[in-house]
Design a protein around this ligand. Structure first.
Ligand SMILES: C[S@@+](CC[C@H](N)C(=O)[O-])C[C@H]1O[C@@H](n2cnc3c(N)ncnc32)[C@H](O)[C@@H]1O
Length: 231
């Protein structure tokens, strides 16, 4: 039985209700990441990158793209997919400590914090800080606020599904999710949620100046994105 979020993301799942949903999701995330890349010479780290199906689109807009993924099988798939692309590297979270100090211009962790404990999140922010270049930025995106719950996620999924032509597939996907490991883990382990003030304070304690970005990454505007710069 799957006992952790890390395991959940490393097994086949149906969070994306079909290929169209997966594609629309990753295109949007890639566009949001690209919007934050400072220039074409930048090194970008996508922490908890997931399937990263639009990594080449992001890589085309920067000099180096590091895909960091904790799920072992997924990491293997990414390594094989980008083996012939020297500008794209695939690393494990432990390998962050081996990156040269000051070598990364932008770190994005999109839709990841809810699966980390508060301690893991603070530790991550602390470990990433020396890796950022002068003027480098850390972006925690799609941070889940308390009280949003499943209803907000369902309504966000259905409205983007309606806009992008997979509404009925989304309904089917939701029915599946109701009986899936996702639902059980969400009930048993839950998601880590943050008030805006709390995530900003966590980042400040880790040595950053942090502010909320007016718009969240992705489609769910109940969630938030924060931008942090070493202070
Ligand atoms: C919802 S997916 C997000 C994927 C991608 N960033 C996106 O925007 O679609 C969550 C990601 O968090 C990663 N994750 C889950 N638990 C983790 C942990 N304890 N440490 C690091 N990453 C974790 C998963 O492997 C998964 O890739």
């Amino acid at each position: 039985m799957i006992a952790s979020w890390r395991e959940f993301w490393d097994r086949p799942h149906r969070i994306y209700v079909n290929d169209r949903h997966r594609q629309v999701h990753y295109e949007r995330v890639a566009a949001d990441i690209i919007g934050e890349i400072p220039d074409a010479q930048a090194a970008v780290l996508d922490y908890g990158c997931g399937e990263a199906v639009e990594a080449e689109t992001v890589a085309a807009r920067c000099k180096r793209l590091l895909l960091c993924e904790s799920a072992v099988n997924l990491r293997g798939t990414l390594k094989a997919r980008y083996a012939a692309r020297p500008e794209i590297s695939v690393i494990a979270p432990e390998e962050i400590d081996r990156l040269a100090d000051g070598s990364v211009d932008l770190v994005v962790a999109n839709s990841v914090l809810q699966y980390l404990t508060r301690e893991e999140c603070a530790d991550l922010a602390t470990r990433l800080r020396p890796k950022l270049s002068r003027g480098g930025r850390l972006i925690f995106a799609d941070v889940v606020p308390p009280g949003g719950g499943v209803v907000a996620d369902v309504s966000s999924l259905l409205s983007s599904a309606a806009r992008h032509g997979f509404f009925f597939a989304a309904l089917g996907g939701l029915a599946f999710t109701l009986v899936s490991d996702y639902r059980r883990l969400r009930q048993q382990i839950g998601l880590t949620t943050y008030e805006e003030s709390e995530i900003l304070a966590l980042l400040e304690r880790a040595g950053y100046r942090a502010r909320r970005r007016p718009k969240n990454f992705g489609f769910n505007q109940r969630r938030m994105t924060v931008i942090a710069e070493p202070g």
